[in-house]
Design a binder for this molecule. Structure first.
Ligand code: PAF
Length: 277
């Protein structure tokens, strides 16, 4: 496994990769969710590239970029046995050279949900992902269903900008009690960690209602809110039942839909979602 930092090193190393290239972009502090993306890429592609870059432009002014967990040595140790060919760990100067002023902005699908709560977040994500795509030139790129809106935004960007890349969205990896794996889970105290299962419980309750025949989106949102309200440590930011692709709120669930939510447990903001249909 080679580890490169500069663009020149990346380009030279990329030239020596054989066949189809699968790419897993990450911000490091890897957990089982990232490792499952790498395993999917490994199964489907001849070569696998992983990037580790904590992208400053997707953090808002009130989101603590400096405190985002980082441990490169541990990350490299975790991915080494998975047969990754190349790890790219660019610096901020490599990704954003002095005088930087070019941005990629996707419109409608970035506005609701995470986009409404985190202004500028998706502009940072799409800009960095477009730059990573340009540099790595993969055939397939792997993203987690856990960040459902990010996946929808990247699918849109890839289509709109004619990137010849297949976007593969892999299932959310969960702890035994249902909590979706996230680098942010390390911030939770033991008491908060227990309370954090409320996201999974409330999504499960709404899904059960859907499976029993309920198609009224407001009834599904109400069910999720009801379960969340019973957890004193949970502060709900949004609860949604939206169209899977456009993320517009639904009044009735007919095709594929996304149940999603953002909830603060203490100071830690957690998101989770289920796909219906
Ligand atoms: O999902 C993430 O970890 C990041 O948003 C990504 C896609 C690596 C871009 O920085």
């Amino acid at each position: 496994m080679r580890n490169v930092i500069t663009l020149e090193e990346l380009r030279t190393a990329r030239l020596s990769l054989d066949g189809t290239v699968g790419f897993v972009p990450t911000m490091g502090y890897l957990h089982e969710g990232h490792l499952s993306l790498i395993r999917h890429a490994k199964e489907e592609c001849d070569s696998v590239v992983v990037s580790i870059f904590v992208n400053p432009t997707q953090f808002g002014p009130n989101e603590d970029l400096a405190k985002y967990p980082r441990d490169l040595e541990r990350d490299l140790r975790l991915i080494e046995p998975l047969g990754v060919d190349l790890v790219w760990t660019p610096t901020a100067e490599v990704m954003y050279p002095p005088g930087y002023q070019t941005w990629v902005e996707v419109e409608a699908v970035t506005r609701p949900l995470e986009g409404a709560m985190r202004p500028g977040h998706f502009r940072g994500v799409t800009t960095v992902v477009a730059k990573l795509f340009n540099a790595v030139q993969p055939h397939k790129a792997y993203f987690g269903q856990k960040d459902a809106q990010q996946a929808a935004v990247i699918r849109r960007m890839t289509l709109d900008l004619n990137f010849p890349i297949e976007i593969v969205v892999c299932p959310t990896v969960r702890e035994a009690d249902g909590l979706a794996m996230s680098s942010r889970n390390v911030y939770l105290s033991p008491e908060q960690r227990k309370a954090a299962t409320v996201l999974f419980r409330s999504l499960s309750a709404a899904k059960e209602l859907y499976e029993s025949g309920e198609r009224n989106a407001e009834a599904l949102r109400r069910k999720m809110k009801e379960v969340l309200a019973a957890e004193p440590l949970a502060q709900v930011q949004y609860v949604s039942c939206a169209d899977y692709d456009t993320l517009e709120e639904l009044s009735e669930v007919r095709g594929k839909a996304l149940l999603s939510m953002a909830v603060f447990i203490g100071k830690t903001r957690l998101i989770d979602n289920f796909v219906l249909g």
